[in-house]
Write a protein that binds this ligand. Sequence first.
Ligand code: FAD
Length: 266
Amino acid sequence: MYGTVQSTTWLSPAMVRIVLGGDGLAGFEPRVETDAYVNVAIPPEHADYTAPFDLDRIRNEQPAELQPHRRRYTVRRFDASAGELTLDVVVHERGPGGMWAAGAAPGDALVLTGPGGGYHPDPAADHHLLAGDESALPAIGASLEVLPTGARGTALIVVDGPDHELDLVHPPGVEVRWLHRTGEEPVDERLLLDAVSAPPSPASRLHAFVHGEAGEVRAVRRHLLTEWELSRASLSCSPYWRRHLADEAWRQAKPAWSAEVERDVA
Ligand SMILES: Cc1cc2nc3c(=O)[nH]c(=O)nc-3n(C[C@H](O)[C@H](O)[C@H](O)COP(=O)(O)OP(=O)(O)OC[C@H]3O[C@@H](n4cnc5c(N)ncnc54)[C@H](O)[C@@H]3O)c2cc1C
């Protein structure tokens, strides 16, 4: 499956919106989860093939160093009537995913598989917590849009500064708080955790979504399970990326990391 770039729009200095469409998306089956994601395949710089390509054929024919980079991006929106899939991609000037998005132009093709997904806000929850950085912003934005008008909760989003904040549609009872990085890593790594603070009161049924940088997600998870006494079933955690590791290295490190995270809370 592949999408053809219809338009690109810079939403902030570090996030570009890519709208994909065309016949290559004909088989796309949207999911109800608001963190639904696709796996994209981006040819490395020296590859002699270009998108659209047959992923299985490339897997069999190309040597390891010419295999496409696999990256995951959230389905920010799927417009079934127009057959258009929207991805919001963080551009951080280092990785092939962000670089592809920064240079994308109408007519370019992007090979993808999926979607998968795992979270949808619990309609019966009386307080929602949505926490993450820019990489989780598409899922947080999609989640806020499906919350009922009377929903209550807090969204905490870490970004580089005020000009990285986006206008989000959300119920009036859900507070959206933007947390600005300082540029000092030890401080920035704690921003989400420090903002989570005390559990909301009174609230009997909480539902939390914590996705983004692995270390930040881990710290918030530990806090919610121990201090908020949240059950694992009420908590969706996903370490999307890891500081200082490209996605290939992160995917290798992830199983051991996840096992350690499981041991954080007995
Ligand atoms: C289920 C899922 C859904 C995701 N949805 C989105 C999405 O909608 N939008 C999105 O932008 N990302 C999303 N991500 C995260 C994205 O897949 C990773 O950030 C990926 O590493 C980006 O690839 P890259 O090629 O740009 O950088 P890589 O080559 O993987 O990394 C290069 C360097 O950049 C750093 N880096 C990676 N990501 C970031 C970042 N976000 N901010 C700062 N530095 C970074 C790495 O630590 C590394 O040092 C999602 C991840 C998952 C698992």
